[in-house]
Each structure stands twice: as structure tokens, then as C-alpha cells.
Design a protein around this ligand. Structure first.
Ligand SMILES: *Cc1c(COP(=O)(O)O)cnc(C)c1O
Length: 347
């Protein structure tokens, strides 16, 4: 077969295997669904939409609503069916991609699919930001640096001052620093001021986590109009479906449910951390996100034990530096009680 570019000869599937379990704590989703009244309102609205017509070219209606919500110029916003697609668009446009190791796997996955050279810089001790190495990496010819903050999958929150140093270097060397804020709501942090002051910084956000809309597939980039225009050109036209737009417009009109939901998850995160810290062999790491990374003596044994109690978590021990680690999404109070009870007897 000579149809495809050589770099695609040995592509691997995204590292995810679906497993059924009673309690699902493996994908950092919101444990609560969208409030029923908002669901009903979105469905009512969807019935009035003409399904035979194409949606807007680049979800202009949703962009206007996001612009108001985020206080960001509409021309600097790119919507896509999931921020993963924006990672792919950015990785396709990039000369090179730099990222931390371990990190969210799709920065590398997107670069590999696009045939863009990729370089991973290992985190320091205690998952510290490898600032000196990242600064040095930007001495290269130019490219995109992906930085999740809070970091995935460690949950570590990097210092604003350190991120600002990376941003300054990006400006000096013509790189683009993409701060992936998939989990910022759970940390209370905000990279927008940095991006507002520096067109070499962009912010990636998603509806999948704190908005409780993982199944809807929507994320957006906040960038300068120039950067946004490039990324938009790498995203297919008409790719936000009418039903997605309808749901997004509904929640953007009534975003009040997000804050209390985030508060509940933060309180449960503290309770889980405290409870898991009592395990004699497990070491949960403090997290600024809606999940906890936990070091255990044996990730497979921990995973199997929890699954036998009906609890699905995510193994992370395939990453260098995360030997023995599992990642647990913060669930509802009841789910977390089940988790703590099962963990108490875990190896
Ligand atoms: C969950 C997650 C996202 C969100 O991806 P979507 O495609 O918007 O669902 C982005 N970045 C990180 C680091 C994540 O963990």
C-alpha cells in the first residue's frame, strides 16, 4: 500500500480500552449529568432547529456566546468538536511540537498523526515543571509547546510565574505556548491574562469536564485573531453540528450550575485525598484537578481489586515515572464512599 505518508506506517490506537463497571472513575468526566431543566430546555430548542440545513461555518453563534462568557474577542476563538481536534489542528500547523513527559497523550498522538516532529521533556522530581529544559527547547526553530495546567495526569498545578517565563520565551523566539486549561475550573486558575498580553500564548478549554458535557464533544481555543485564523483553517468547515450548538447555547445562557458542581467536586477531592492517604501502601498525590494520581505497589493489582468491587479507574503505569500509578476521577459522594471502602482492603 503506497497511499499514505510513510510516517503513518505504524500508527497505534489512542491508549484507551472500554471496560464496563458500575462506578466509572476512569475518564475525569463530571460524575453528575447536566441539570435536567437545562437538558429539557436544550431538547425543546433542538426540536425547533431545521435539521436539513447546515450549521454555521465555524459555529459563529456559539463563538459569540463564548466571547461574552470568556470576555474574549470573537475573532480569536476557534470552536471544535472536542479540544482534541484543536490539539490535532495545532499539531498539524506546528513546525515542531514540544510537550512534557508524561502528559496528556494526544499532544504526541496529534503530532504523530500529522507527521510533525515531537519532543517530550521529562517532568522533574515531584512532577516539577522542567522549566530550564522547556526554555532551552524553545531555542529551536519554532513550534508549539503544549502545557496542561493543572497538569494531566499528575494533577500538579504549575506556578503562574513559571508559566509566565515560558510565555516570555515563546514571545522572544516566536513559539506558541498553548496552556491547556481542561481542568482550570477545579484549580481556580486562569491563563487568559497571560494570553491577552502576549499573542504567542493561547488557551485551550473544553466543555467536557467542569461543564458536565463530555458526551457532547466541544472545546475551544482562545488566541490572537492571527493564530485563531491559522487554526480555523486546519479545522474542517461546518464541523460543529446543529445539536451541539443548540446545547452549548443553552448552557452558555445558564452557566450557573458549573460553580456549585465544581465546589462539590473540590470538596470530594479533599475527602478522597485524606481517605486514601490513610492506606498504608498507597500514596495519593495532591491534585488541582478533578482526579487523583495514586502510587500503589502494583497498578494492575490495584486496578483489578477495584474493578472486582465494581469500580473502574485508569492505569497510568505505562508512563515512565508513573510506575505503580493509577488515576482516579473524583466521583459523587456515594461513589467516593464505595471507592474508599474498596481501597481500604486493596493490596
Ligand atoms: C479531558 C482533556 C481534554 C478535553 O478534551 P476534549 O476533546 O475537549 O474532550 C483536553 N486536555 C486534557 C489534558 C484533558 O485531560
Amino acid at each position: 500500500m503506497n497511499a499514505f505518508k510513510p510516517h503513518l506506517a505504524n500508527v497505534a490506537d489512542y491508549p484507551y480500552a472500554k471496560v464496563d463497571a458500575r462506578v466509572k472513575l476512569d475518564q475525569n468526566e463530571s460524575p453528575e449529568d447536566l441539570p435536567a431543566d437545562l437538558k429539557a430546555r436544550a431538547l425543546e430548542r433542538l426540536a425547533k432547529v431545521s435539521w436539513n440545513r447546515y450549521p454555521e461555518l465555524h459555529a459563529e453563534d456559539v463563538r459569540a456566546a463564548v466571547a461574552r462568557h470568556e470576555e474574549w474577542p470573537e475573532a480569536g476563538i476557534v470552536l471544535a468538536p472536542g479540544s482534541n481536534l484543536l490539539v490535532l489542528a495545532l499539531a498539524s500547523a506546528a513546525r515542531t511540537v514540544v510537550d512534557t513527559v508524561p502528559a496528556f497523550p494526544y499532544y504526541k498522538g496529534g503530532a504523530q498523526a500529522a507527521g510533525t516532529p515531537w519532543r517530550g521533556i521529562p517532568l522533574g522530581a515531584g512532577f516539577a515543571l522542567p522549566k530550564a529544559e522547556l526554555l532551552a527547547a524553545m531555542d529551536g526553530e519554532g513550534g508549539v509547546l503544549f502545557l496542561p495546567n493543572p497538569h494531566a495526569p499528575t494533577g500538579k498545578l504549575f506556578e503562574q510565574g513559571d508559566v509566565a517565563e515560558l510565555a516570555e520565551k515563546a514571545r522572544a523566539r516566536g513559539w506558541l505556548l498553548v496552556v491547556d486549561e481542561a481542568y482550570h475550573a477545579f484549580a481556580g486558575t486562569d491563563a487568559r491574562p497571560l494570553a491577552r498580553a502576549n499573542e504567542n500564548v493561547a488557551v485551550l478549554r473544553t466543555f467536557s469536564k467542569s461543564w458536565a458535557l463530555g458526551g457532547i464533544r466541544a472545546g475551544y481555543l482562545l488566541a490572537s485573531p492571527k493564530v485563531a485564523a491559522v487554526v480555523r483553517a486546519c479545522v474542517p468547515p461546518f464541523c460543529i453540528p446543529a445539536h451541539t450548538s443548540t446545547i452549548l447555547l443553552t448552557v452558555l445562557e445558564s452557566p450557573g450550575y458549573v460553580k456549585p458542581l465544581v465546589e462539590r467536586i473540590r470538596a470530594e477531592r479533599a475527602r478522597l485525598l485524606e481517605g486514601l492517604s490513610r492506606h498504608p501502601r498507597w500514596k495519593p498525590y495532591p491534585s488541582a484537578a478533578n482526579y487523583l494520581l495514586v502510587r500503589t505497589p502494583d497498578a494492575k493489582a490495584a486496578f483489578d481489586h477495584l474493578l472486582s468491587h465494581g469500580l473502574l479507574v485508569r492505569r497510568q503505569d505505562h508512563y515512565a515515572g508513573l510506575e505503580g500509578c493509577i488515576r482516579i476521577s473524583v466521583g459523587t459522594r456515594e461513589e467516593n464512599d464505595l471507592l474508599l471502602a474498596a481501597a481500604a482492603s486493596a493490596p
